[in-house]
Design a protein. Structure first.
Length: 308
């Protein structure tokens, strides 16, 4: 079993193929996928091995992978990370740091604490920070979709797993108590779901992100509940299942747009063998308060390769 950490670096320094267009209402994970693909390609170019041996003009796939990835015990960083360039340009007080953590489907609830600490450690190291202003948690199985806001709210009430969500929330409550996270938020919680969640938590969310792609308005019951409990309602266009298994295998596989890390039926001798399971994705943003611009934005993703 191998743990994989995928990283994009700062997507704000990338081209138009990476960054999602401002004002886009289409729910998409293209920003994540494209920025990972570009990050892999850039690392392959930057760390391409050079050989003075004329008989070694074409390095093997395994040797190429070793040049632009990095092992740290049982963890493989894809690509290798140059931490010497990490950190913000100005004082921490000049920034609003927001983080969104996507807990992906088909992962063990008991492992979520490990996922949380791993993701936040990477973000802290990348930005050179000790605290986060807002952390939004996206739980698996949640959406806000329907022909109208009333239908979306009704369907939402039966999604997810409240017991698991409440149990996982205690991890974030403790980080809030420690002063590491100043504000907590959730995503895709309708009125019934949010009400039940608030009643079961010690530190309730102060933000609820919902997607209004299929309906133009916030459901009145949700608006009333949010006002009562001081919950800020924000609109977003993020995917809930932001990194499906098939997408991750394509990114790391042997195809024309793959990184060449994973073997497949046509390339059995090239790459790592096994089943890949995405576990979490974290997106971070460093927003300069007085200038109104994002200085640094990027993603990390965690996955597990079960070797066969």
């Amino acid at each position: 079993m191998i743990k994989l950490i995928l990283s994009t670096g700062n997507v704000m320094s990338g081209g138009p193929s990476i960054i999602r267009k401002t004002g886009s209402t289409t729910r998409s994970n293209l920003e994540l996928v494209n920025s990972l693909r570009d990050s892999f390609a850039a690392a392959q170019r930057d760390y391409a091995p050079t050989s003075k041996n004329p008989h070694d003009a074409t390095p093997s796939c395994d040797r190429l992978a070793e040049s632009w990835t990095e092992h740290d015990g049982q963890t493989l960083h894809v690509p290798r990370i140059g931490w010497e360039a990490a950190g913000l340009r100005d004082e921490r007080s000049q920034y609003e740091i927001t983080v969104k953590l996507f807990l992906l489907p088909d992962t063990a609830v008991a492992a979520r604490e490990q996922f949380v600490h791993q993701a936040l450690h990477l973000v802290s190291k990348e930005l050179g920070i000790q605290t986060i202003d807002l952390l939004v948690v996206s739980f698996p199985g949640m959406s806000f979709e329907g022909n109208c806001e009333w239908e979306a709210d009704k369907i939402n009430a039966h999604q997810g797993n409240l017991e698991e969500e409440v149990a996982s929330w205690r991890i974030f409550e403790e980080l809030h108590r420690q002063g590491i996270i100043k504000r907590l938020g959730v995503a895709e919680f309708g009125s019934e779901k949010l009400g039940a969640f608030i009643s079961r938590t010690t530190i309730p969310p102060s933000v609820d992100q919902i997607n209004l792609r299929d309906c133009c308005n916030v459901p009145p019951p949700l608006k009333t509940l949010a006002h009562k409990h001081g919950v800020e309602l924000n609109v977003h266009v993020d995917c809930t299942d932001i990194l499906p298994r098939g997408t991750l295998r394509e990114l790391l596989g042997q195809g024309p747009q793959g990184a060449g890390l994973l073997a497949d039926s046509a390339h059995k001798n090239a790459g790592l063998h096994g089943e890949i399971f995405p576990q979490w994705v974290v997106r971070y943003m460093a927003f300069i308060r007085d200038r109104g611009v994002i200085e640094n934005k990027g993603y990390f993703a965690g996955a597990e390769l079960v070797e066969t």
